[in-house]
Write a protein that binds this ligand. Structure first.
Ligand code: SF4
Length: 373
């Protein structure tokens, strides 16, 4: 059992965060687990959160629907929003601010001045670059001008959501406003991106907590995405994966296979080419199944540029990995009369370069039929 008495706090977490010590430590353990940190990191996180000054966060909005902020703040978890607002000092957020107009702008400038070189810039929404950026202006400045100004003295820049990461929905062809992400707009490669529509709030918070605890942003991939969250394919952690490997597919929404929870690959699920931790971290803290595939909708690949908002929903995903050939049979017999092993053997004998797994997926999938057929 975890011995929380070893963790010393300089502040009373119950008073400061409004949660019990036990719940606070559970939150820190969840953050450590989300980032895949080794044993003991939860204690480091707990101490950093309670000892260190809350980092100032300036949160800008551009072309977006505010779904990323909603996702962060509408979490069902009773303590998450409380912890978010107590771990960071949210000094500027256009949606949450009570202030408006000149007051809000003055607060932003004051926070920038007071925390020069130390604040975190979070950007939500795409930045339109066409026609001098006139398609989105805040306080008389274009999105580009405002972001450039705030980014200049930021300690770190985090692009939250697909729009801020690479342009997302506003940048879908023909991209009439020339929308793009923060990194491209500013010509910077050090922007951490947390794509998703919306991104999981724990990934946002874990990135900020990492900065607070270790003084640096987490390790990222070539697209600037934290590897703790975007290091594995959705397909590899999906609860329906065994159905994919066994060739059991839903062929229509509402058919027998769909109702039985079979794999959604043939309905256009983009899980096989999309990197994200959705199946393991889930959404809304309501327990199992609270993610698109869990509720019966194919993954649309929202964390991937050129997939999420460009590849048609019905288009089949490109398989990056083949299913293993040795998965055990798990439910009923397949109608085509082929076993996983025999299909693999046939594929191998035929010398198909695409691999046995894909042949299995192609052949056995046909064995699952619609209702009554
Ligand atoms: S194709 Fe989609 S539903 Fe099927 S196993 Fe992969 S991620 Fe899950």
């Amino acid at each position: 059992m975890y011995d929380d008495s070893a963790v010393k706090f300089e502040t009373d977490v119950e008073t400061r965060f409004g949660v019990s010590r036990r719940d606070f430590l559970k939150f820190c353990a969840a953050m450590a687990a989300t980032m895949g940190l080794p044993k003991g990191a939860d204690a480091q996180i707990a101490e950093a959160i309670t000892k260190k000054e809350r980092p100032s966060v300036i949160w800008l909005h551009h072309q977006e629907c505010t779904g990323c902020s909603e996702s962060l703040l509408r979490s069902e978890h009773p303590t998450l929003e409380k912890l978010i607002l107590d771990i960071i000092s949210l000094d500027y957020h256009e949606t949450l601010f009570a202030a408006a107009g000149h007051q809000a702008e003055a607060a932003r400038k004051a926070a920038m001045e007071k925390n020069k070189g130390k604040y975190i810039l979070v950007v939500e929404g795409a930045i339109p670059m066409k026609d001098g950026g006139v398609y989105c202006k805040i306080g008389g400045q274009t999105s580009y001008e405002l972001t450039k100004e705030v980014a200049e003295h930021a300690a770190a820049i985090v692009a939250v959501g697909s729009c801020a990461s690479w342009g997302g929905m506003p940048s879908t062809p023909p991209n009439p406003t020339g929308s793009t992400g923060v990194g491209e707009a500013l010509g910077r490669k050090d922007v951490v991106t947390i794509p998703g529509c919306p991104p999981n709030p724990y990934n946002i918070l874990a990135t900020i907590v990492h900065f607070l605890t270790f003084g640096s942003l987490p390790k990222v991939d070539e697209l600037g995405r934290p590897t703790f969250a975007y290091g594995r394919l959705i397909h590899d952690n999906c609860e329906r994966r065994s159905h994919f490997d066994a060739g059991r597919f839903a062929l229509e929404f509402g058919d027998a296979g769909h109702r039985k929870g079979y794999c959604l690959y043939k309905l256009g699920c983009k899980g096989p080419e999309t990197y994200a931790n959705c199946p393991s971290i889930l959404f809304n803290d309501v327990g199992t199944g609270s993610w698109p595939v869990g509720t019966g909708h194919p993954c649309i690949g929202c964390t991937e540029k050129h997939i999420g908002f460009e590849k048609p929903i019905h288009a089949l995903a490109t398989l990056k990995t083949n299913p293993p050939t040795s998965y055990p049979r798990i439910v009923e017999e397949q109608g085509a009369g082929a076993t996983i092993a025999s299909a693999a053997l046939v594929a191998g004998v035929a010398g198909l370069a695409i691999g046995a797994g894909m042949k299995i997926a192609g052949n056995l999938g046909k064995s699952e039929t619609k209702d009554g057929e």
